[in-house]
Ligand binder design. Sequence first.
Ligand code: GDG
Length: 479
Amino acid sequence: MAAGLAEFVVIANRLPVDRYIAHDGAVTWRTSPGGLVTALEPVMRRKGGAWIGWHGAPDEKLKPFEHDGLRLVPVPLSAQEVEEYYEGFSNGTLWPLYHDVIAPPEFHREWWDSYVDVNHRFAACAARVAKRGATVWVQDYQLQLVPSLLRGLRPDLRIGFFLHIPFPPRELFTQLPWRRQILEGLLGADLVGFQLPGAAQNFVRLVRERVGHKTHRDLIYLPEGRTVVARAFPISIDVNAFEQLARSENVTARCKEIRESLGNPKHVLLSIDRLDYTKGLRQRLRAFGELIRDGSIDVDDAVFVQVATPSRERVDQYRILRDDIDRLVGRLNGDVGRIGQQPITYLHASYPREEMAALYRAADVMVVTPLRDGMNLVAKEYVACRYDDAGALVLSEFAGAAAELRQAYRVNPYDINGMKAALMEAMGAEPREQARRMKTMRKTVIENDIDHWATAFLDELNFERPSHDKKMRPARGRS
Ligand code: GDG
């Protein structure tokens, strides 16, 4: 690479860019909008950082390249690896297992073998790219073996890992035939970050019981004298950017247009999710449908807009879910709709950021009711866009965001009656009450934005911790 070795390296399953091919065949890359890139871009520039990840096309090798001042290092994946490592082990085994087994995880040895191979490739790539003593930050569940593989190759590096999704309790985690390998993989890091303290505690306890290392609170003492820290760093968003967008003239005009095209109802309810079985679409749509059917709200007064961004469409569970939701929306609209009055507007599509901001501003009630979610950034984005202190947030207690956004209308998404009551309360709240809640939530989100998250993690990662007494005897572990 022209710029030499990197002092700061991010490793994620995907590079933060998407490729566009114009009509004349010209290839351009565009930075994919996402909090992680925004948060890490300044550090990357300051330190001459590199980002390692798959570029999105199978069976293709690309040379490292520069885009928008970012140094990008593509890792190739074969079509079979996309199927086995990514769609298989990452999204068919780990994703459901880490989300309360809402869908049954599948355990296949070929998937695991592919996961191991690909993790080796990412680690080898980082070992080539990182400067002596560099800081390397590994992201998410697709790459849990990278910390220890990389440490094996490059013991001089400082290695951090952050898990964006929940980390399950031992009752679920121990179903995994490769549980010990995953725990040992993560222990290659100096700092293992989670969204919530409970997840960090689950990890520490599993390490103590299954691997046999001594632990004290959020510290894990390895026999070779190294200490691993396991701690929560709740992720956030670029609050300023969202607020600026929400305040812009275009978004203000578009917000008005959206409300008009919905027939200017008294209540606009909104949900935005990747179409995923963890997000609780079924339960919330049922709750809303019942409110109309039992006459609690009039079909002329309320519209529910559900945006479901296409996701993982080659994985079976996701195809089944899409058909289920199509049917459910059709049935509810058929049952309770009138001519010109469809209670649910269902959009299976992806939208530009301005449209998202306009939707947030147009929504009187934002309904975020996942069955399990590491954090849920949509909830924070809604709050960031409501500079007018208006609007109500209905939030699942099983979203990581519920720990911070305590003034939301809190629901258990499995309790349909409870959800109906919360929706009614949110719709009926006085503007003063809504403003009181929104102001407090805004303060929390503004104080804890994405910069704060990245800085807190990197400061902790670079904190010099003296090595502990190497003679400390390990406790007994089971596999
Ligand atoms: C994982 C964890 C954790 C969605 N539709 C569109 C669009 N989005 C954007 C949202 C938001 C992001 O995608 C979704 O983030 P979430 O946090 O809600 O959920 P996951 O995708 O499941 O993310 C989650 C997160 O990682 C971060 O650590 O919070 O728990 O599961 O930013 O705005 N953006 C655009 N068009 C869309 O149609 N532009």
